[in-house]
Design a protein around this ligand. Structure first.
Ligand SMILES: [Zn+2]
Length: 216
């Protein structure tokens, strides 16, 4: 029998694939106009145009449906899906501007919020450290690089820890890959509202392993 963890990982991978396929179809113009009476599709949410009109000055540009959008996190490069449900919430409940899009994963959004709250030299420093850690991923690991990654994994900034996890994935090797699998195995059970480092780490590790599969 499959564990909930495996099921969830499969669902997330399936969702990503479906969104990528959908995006490819949209790029290829191989899509008929969506109609409100279209049959139910699991990746799709009906838009409430009346609500949208109240909060947007755009006329004639409002969607009839939301469809899952794949995106690459601007900060850490993780492959993510902005689900139709999340879009409906963003546009109709929080009243996000209709032309706004998801650009960052959960961990990076959180890190950015922390960063913006403590403005000052810290914000740039974090960015520099992130770039530096990412650059390490493209080089062969040595003792100093490994020590930097270990330190980053203990950082108070989750985005640095996420990049450290990605770097372990780029480096590969039995030991590093075992660590990624350990992060994935430690993903806590809990509803979608639960948000903790273990969950972010598990998702980052899964993303790092998927990246390896694609690039080999
Ligand atoms: Zn990210």
């Amino acid at each position: 029998m499959k564990s909930n963890k495996q099921r969830r990982a499969e669902i997330k991978a399936h969702r990503l694939n479906r969104a990528l396929a959908q995006a490819a179809r949209l790029r290829a113009q191989d899509v008929r106009p969506l109609r409100a009476d279209d049959e139910y599709s699991p990746g799709r949410e009906l838009a409430d145009r009346l609500v949208l009109q109240l909060h947007n000055n755009t006329y004639g540009m409002l969607p009839a449906f939301y469809v899952a959008r794949p995106f690459t996190c601007r900060d850490c490069g993780a492959e993510e899906v902005w689900t139709a449900k999340q879009q409906k919430w963003w546009y109709e409940v929080v009243h996000g501007a209709i032309d706004s899009r998801a650009v960052r994963c959960l961990a990076c959004r959180r890190a950015r919020r922390q960063c913006l709250r403590n403005t000052g030299p810290g914000a740039n420093l974090l960015r520099e450290q992130t770039d530096r850690l990412r650059a390490l991923g493209a080089t062969k690991p040595n003792a100093q690089a490994e020590a930097e990654i270990e330190a980053a994994l203990q950082s108070k900034w989750w985005s640095l820890r996420v990049v450290a996890i990605q770097t372990l994935g780029r480096w590969g090797g039995a030991e590093n890959l075992a660590r990624l699998h350990a992060f994935m195995a430690a993903r806590p059970e809990g509803g979608r509202r639960y948000f903790g480092w273990e969950r972010v780490a598990a998702d980052a590790a899964r993303s790092a392993l998927m990246y390896r599969e694609r690039s080999t």
